[in-house]
Write a protein that binds this ligand. Sequence first.
Ligand code: ZN
Length: 57
Amino acid sequence: MSNVLPFKKPAVKPKGLCQHGFHRWKILQKQKFDVHEGKLITVYECERCGEKKVKAQ
Ligand SMILES: [Zn+2]
């Protein structure tokens, strides 16, 4: 018997697509109030590389 797992997840996330600007944005915080901007913003995070961006409402 072997305890070796046949499928090992790669530790490094692939980010080849992100390098060409194709981030996979997901909403991290929806319509939170930014005190610096003085308005509602939505925070997005890329699922693949973890990059963040904010968008004003
Ligand atoms: Zn990305």
